[in-house]
Structures are given as structure tokens and as C-alpha cells.
Design a protein around this ligand. Structure first.
Ligand SMILES: Nc1ncnc2c1ncn2[C@@H]1O[C@H](COP(=O)(O)OP(=O)(O)OP(=O)(O)O)[C@@H](O)[C@H]1O
Length: 216
């Protein structure tokens, strides 16, 4: 799946963005399928906004987000739902863990969305062990720490098939050791699917072998 930006400018940030240069805003950019992409930006410059545009849950912009050559608004709702089940997976900055479900149920919800789940339950248990969260799997979402939520959201994003994996500051609450373990798992899973990876962060990050860096 090819993702392209064509002169994309968020309407609420228009004046601010047009006063400076950006590698992505108001540019023509192609994210090469299978590539690892780092997007670095200071707080408030629109990382979360961009992720929401790429996943098509916000559309207050001028310009275009092109998916396989077509703008998001050319796709029907059921096509977009299928893309989100099979082609694009995301970890939002606010994580979106359901408080009323356990950590395991938050992941299972996504795992069984397809008639033939991409990952087995054993594979989920393996990922939980690698990220040191096996012991909290039966705890309710409400009681999880931010770092635990982050790891559950990462596993949840990995249990579905995807061609692009997009993560918005996914390690902000993790210590270096756990962040590296999560990064290693993410890299392996992307490589296994020949998928592309887009990570936004405030800072430099050298946990991944990025193909390209952008400053937002
Ligand atoms: N719907 C909206 N209407 C008006 N302004 C908005 C809207 N959404 C976001 N903004 C503003 O746009 C800017 C970018 O927000 P965004 O959440 O994308 O930043 P960010 O780079 O992800 O920041 P952080 O690193 O702090 O999470 C902020 O100044 C925010 O207040």
C-alpha cells in the first residue's frame, strides 16, 4: 500500500505552518512501501494531527492524503474499515485502551476481528512475555500504568495483519530497556510482513534502522 501526501496542510495550523519550512507539511511526499520512517517534531507541531490524517479519523486539511493513488474521500466506509483491519495498524498517542476490559481482552478484541486471526493466542502470550507484561494480562485496563498501557497497545497493534504500522510517540512512558525490547519486537513483526513503519517522536531515536527521517 502506497501512502502519499500532496500539499497537506492542517487548517487549524495553516498560518503557523506556512511561516516555516517542513519536510512534510505542504510538500509532495511518498512513503515507500516497506520503509522505516521517522518523523521528528517538537511538541505542538502536529505529529498527532498527521497520524490522525494518515488513519483518516480527521480530515480538517487542505491538500491530499493519497492511499494507493486515491484520496481518502474516494473510498467507501466499508473499504476503509477493511484497510484498518488488514493494511494499516496504529498506536495512538492516547493509546485508547478500554478501561472496562482486561489487558488480555483489549488485545483479544483486535485479534479475533478477522475470521482467521493473524496471530495465535500463544503468539500473544509470547509477545506479552517479551515485553514483561504477562503478569498484568488479567488486570483491568483502568488499573494499568501508562507504561503498561503502552505495551498492551503495541501488542494489540501487532496482532492484526498490516502493510503500514504507525505509532505516535509509543515509548514515551517506557524505560530504555523495555523500549528497546518493544522496538526489537516491532522491527521483527514489520520485517516478517514486509511492512512499512512510521514513528513520530519528539527526539532522535536510534532504536530502529530507519530508511528516512523527516522533520515535521
Ligand atoms: N481540532 C483542532 N483545532 C484547533 N487546533 C488544534 C486541533 N487539534 C490540534 N490542534 C492544535 O494543533 C497543534 C498540533 O497538535 P498535535 O496534537 O498534532 O501536536 P503534537 O505535535 O502531536 O504535540 P505533542 O508532542 O505535544 O503531542 C497544537 O497546537 C494543538 O493545540
Amino acid at each position: 500500500m502506497q501512502l502519499q501526501l500532496e500539499n497537506l496542510v492542517p487548517i487549524p495550523l495553516r498560518d503557523k505552518i506556512l511561516q516555516r519550512t517542513s519536510d512534510l507539511w505542504n510538500q509532495v511526499v511518498t512513503f515507500t512501501p516497506g520503509s522505516f520512517v521517522k518523523i521528528k517534531a517538537p511538541s505542538g507541531t502536529g505529529k498527532t494531527t498527521l497520524v490522525h490524517y494518515l488513519y483518516n479519523i480527521r480530515n480538517d486539511y487542505s491538500g491530499k492524503v493519497l492511499v494507493d493513488g486515491q484520496a481518502w474521500d474516494a473510498y467507501k466506509k466499508d473499504q476503509i474499515a477493511r484497510m484498518r483491519q488488514q493494511q494499516i495498524s496504529v498506536v495512538f498517542q492516547d493509546l485508547r485502551i478500554f478501561d472496562q476490559l482486561t489487558a488480555a481482552e483489549n488485545i483479544e478484541l483486535k485479534r479475533v476481528m478477522l475470521p482467521n486471526p493473524y496471530c495465535t493466542a500463544e503468539k500473544v502470550a509470547e509477545m506479552a512475555a517479551r515485553l514483561n507484561v504477562s503478569h498484568i494480562m488479567n488486570q483491568s485496563g483502568k488499573t494499568l500504568s501508562y507504561g503498561e498501557r503502552q505495551r498492551i497497545a503495541i501488542i494489540r497493534a501487532l496482532v492484526q495483519p498490516f502493510e503500514w504500522l504507525i505509532m505516535d510517540e509509543p515509548f514515551s512512558h517506557l524505560d530504555d530497556e523495555n523500549a528497546q525490547k518493544a522496538a526489537d519486537l516491532i522491527s521483527e513483526e514489520c520485517r516478517a510482513r514486509n511492512a512499512g513503519f512510521i514513528l513520530t517522536d519528539l527526539d532522535h531515536d536510534n532504536r530502529f534502522a530507519y530508511d528516512i527521517h523527516f522533520n515535521l
